[in-house]
Design a protein around this ligand. Sequence first.
Ligand code: RIB
Length: 313
Amino acid sequence: MARKVIIDCDPGIDDAAVLCMSLFDPRVEVVAVTAVAGNVSPEQAGRNVQAIIDQLDPPRFPRVGAATEVEEAPAVDGTTLHGRDGLGNAGFSVSQLHHQHPSDKIICDEVRAAEDEVTILCLGPLTNVARALKRDPELGTLISRIVICGGSVSVGGNVTPAAEFNMYCDPVSARSVFRSGTTKTLIPLDATREVALNFDTIDELPEETTRAGALLRKILPFAFRAHHQTLGQESIRLHAAVAYFSIVQPELFQAEQMAGDVEIRGDLTKGATVFDRRIKTLWMPNMDVVTEIDAVAVTDCIKRALTDCGRRT
Ligand code: RIB
């Protein structure tokens, strides 16, 4: 039976790639795609989610949630690696922004409609999940699992020396989710950065004549150029895609229970994820953290899934 999933995302090229794969993957039923600010503004995130779904025209349309402003959001620039519009400046048109409810309301509705069955895959900041837990105080006990792409255990940050991007964008919400009594799995930067896609990925993308191919062939070349120009890298990291495969191919991932929290202050450390790994741990374990992945196998899965999504569109 397909696993019910809510994809909470801030597209963003890697998040867009996950939507291309997941919306046609028989292993999952994407019941909702909820936009969150992060790589792009709340408005752009909502437009991008709608534009991607319109472009892909999946067999089952998920509900779409609208992102909302984050109080005291730090100044971040997700556009360097994702383009001014977050999708490689592809300029996708949006037919019309169907009336969108706020993402946190969609999350509450869909979890309530399938208690204990829904996995929430968080590919951006944790703003929406934190707000959903506040909107419905019982929600935490009804979510099957929250899978979080972000944070870091031993490799420092990528947006500051201490903080990973998704945690840094909204550390207060991240702390709130980390401290909630929910079942969580964290896919940290330590794991997601191990999967590097090289340029031959472009040659293996679906044909331009397919809906997924038309989208991927517009956004992924930008990612390669941006990684080369900005980071001096000849490969790209699709962090969100690694997190997605932790759901559909869990056998490729090893995790261990940890006690984690998020720094919400500190000029140098705001957004850092902190784990109690003392010999005598005093903090209560509150999540599973992926510590090992089969990077070669996950890379192959992502490349194959990107190719296959064209066969269904
Ligand atoms: O740190 C990785 C995260 O930052 C990913 O979600 C990617 O979209 C980037 O925004």
